[in-house]
Design a protein around this ligand. Sequence first.
Ligand code: ADP
Ligand code: MG
Length: 398
Amino acid sequence: MNIIVQKFGGTSVATDESRERVVGKVIAAKTARDFPVVVVSAIGRKGSPYATDTLLDFVTSHVGSIMDREYDLLLSCGEIIAAVVIATLLTNKGYKAKALTGGQAGIITDTHHKNADLLYTHPDPILACIEQNTIPVIAGFQGMSKDGEITTLGRGGSDTTAALLAAGLKASRIEIYTDVDGIMTADPRVCDKAKIIPAISYNEVFQMADSGAKVIHPRAVEYAMRSNIPLIIKNTFTDEVGTCITQMAKIVNGKNNHHLITSIAHRSDRVQFTIQDIEVDDQHLLDLIATQNISIDLINIFPQYKVFTVDRQHQAALETLLKNSHHQYTLLEDCAKVTVIGERMTGVPGVMARIVKALQKAHIEILQTADSLTTIGCLIRQDNVSRAVSALHDEFLL
Ligand code: ADP
Ligand code: MG
């Protein structure tokens, strides 16, 4: 018997109607002689009564900021509620099911509250469920430290829960159910020409996720890749086959992917800092930034000036650090990064030239660039995001 892990995101468990679809997908898997292990996110997105952000806003608006341990305790509730609801619906349909917290499901983490790291999983509680023909429904995004404290795995953590459990259980695949038909060539919310990608490699999806594509969390891709378990992205609301993510993008239904570039991702909330101070000791400054846990996104160092880009959440900390160390800087807020991704671009000349040409033609100014073997990122102004993604999509993916 194959164990499969099915993870359902916030919109998939949001309404009675969508939860019917979830239960239908789980029952279909069970009927196909796979044994489903179900992972759920909290019900709904920001604004819904039991969504993670709502729980946090409720408490902080009454009592102010809360301690890290209590933060995790509070945030873990959203997923527990969803697990209870789905397990109960399965029971009502005549299937044996059991809701479990992340800790009860055997996910043991370090004590780094709000963004804990896995230490190990012990699959016994889930295997015991399976032995009793009981479908386990696990609250995503959370684990437990060795001394029994509830921890959370950071944003996108339910995807990570699914991949962790799959690795521990040696599952035959991981199905991530969401509100789109699979991984697309760009975020459909900003590019109406985005198309479904039937098959793609772990590495490319990792780069997409790491460059801001919200559809899956990069850590989940990493765990799936390390345990070599196929990851399938599917739509809860349709019966499309979805996107299959494996080591090498397979030829699916006779379709090969000939594109040099597989996708365009974007990430908002970038702030660009320029330091025009020739006397700066670069090494010392970078060490200072690192010790404050500020991660730099794009960086270019020239003899006359340095340019850094950071996430907006680090802006205040970086400004304080620069002021305290008497560095002169200028700021450009409201920036975003668009990233062109493709494993096949390695060593192919002219990709940067095409990016520059496409963005220039759309009258979009490039503020900074960064590249790796399989990605090229450009910093632009936030209000150009949609036009930039569409221009690059037209250039490389049509
Ligand atoms: P869930 O709540 O199911 O985890 P998310 O909101 O985390 O759902 O992820 C799904 C969303 O990811 C989609 O609605 C889509 O707008 C967004 N997205 C961003 N980039 C892509 C992409 N390349 N392909 C598909 N979806 C994408
Ligand atoms: Mg998600």
